[in-house]
Ligand binder design. Structure first.
Ligand SMILES: O=C(O)c1ccccc1N[C@@H]1O[C@H](COP(=O)(O)O)[C@@H](O)[C@H]1O
Length: 203
């Protein structure tokens, strides 16, 4: 079964609930975003989470020093680089790196071969928006991207479409942010639960 990443968490209540209902990875956005969090906030949340759930820090075009400081202060397990970080930049960290690629068409996939990273996250290309778009992309391209390595599907996933995504692509993980929110940064418990149940129903 694909793993589940719930992203864009900004508070302890939502993070704990997501972990309790079965999320495997929790994402915290340190990049500029309506869901942006601080080291101080995530360090506090991090201490209260159950053992086993993985904490992912999401960054976009931030400095190596800033990312390293956050890794230590927030006790992260993965970093997600969601900007235009180079293949060389991605190789400088002690943690596994998830590199995000914004998919527009099949030419978007050609960059993946240049990156030696732990996971390839595919998100939807929307001009002037780095992430959290709530839009899906052509999932045939996600199937093609699997030849480069382990992939995480993101972009516009929600309880009503994630089952089809998992069945069609069988990614290493699915990632949801705006699809389970009441407003940017605030999750809806029922929608998170439904999302997890939809993935679990795929076996
Ligand atoms: O959510 C944001 O605001 C954001 C800002 C900067 C970089 C990444 C961001 N979100 C990531 O976008 C994908 C998909 O989101 P959605 O489910 O379509 O809303 C997810 O990986 C978020 O971490």
């Amino acid at each position: 079964m694909s793993k589940i990443k719930v992203c864009g968490l900004t508070n302890l209540e939502d993070a704990k609930q997501a972990a309790e209902v079965g999320a495997d990875l929790l994402g915290f956005i340190f990049a500029k975003s309506p869901r942006q969090v601080t080291n101080r906030e995530v360090a506090k949340i991090s201490k209260e989470l159950p053992a086993g759930v993985k904490k992912v820090g999401v960054f976009a075009n931030q400095s190596k020093a800033e990312i390293k400081e956050t890794i230590t202060k927030c006790d992260l397990d993965y970093i997600q680089l969601h900007g235009s970080e180079s293949p060389k930049f991605c190789k400088q960290f002690r943690l596994p790196v998830i590199k995000a690629f914004r998919v527009k068409d099949k030419t978007s996939l050609s960059q993946l071969r240049e990156y030696e990273v732990d996971k390839y996250l595919l998100d939807t290309y929307v001009p002037d928006k780095l992430g959290g778009t709530g839009k899906t992309f052509n999932w045939e391209l996600a199937i093609q991207a699997k030849k480069y390595g382990s992939i995480i599907m993101a972009g516009g996933l929600e309880a009503s479409n994630v089952k089809l995504a998992v069945k069609k692509v069988s990614p290493w993980a699915v990632d949801v942010s705006s699809g389970v929110e009441v407003k940017p940064g605030k999750k809806d418990y029922e929608q998170v639960k439904e999302f997890v149940e939809s993935v679990e129903s795929t076996g």
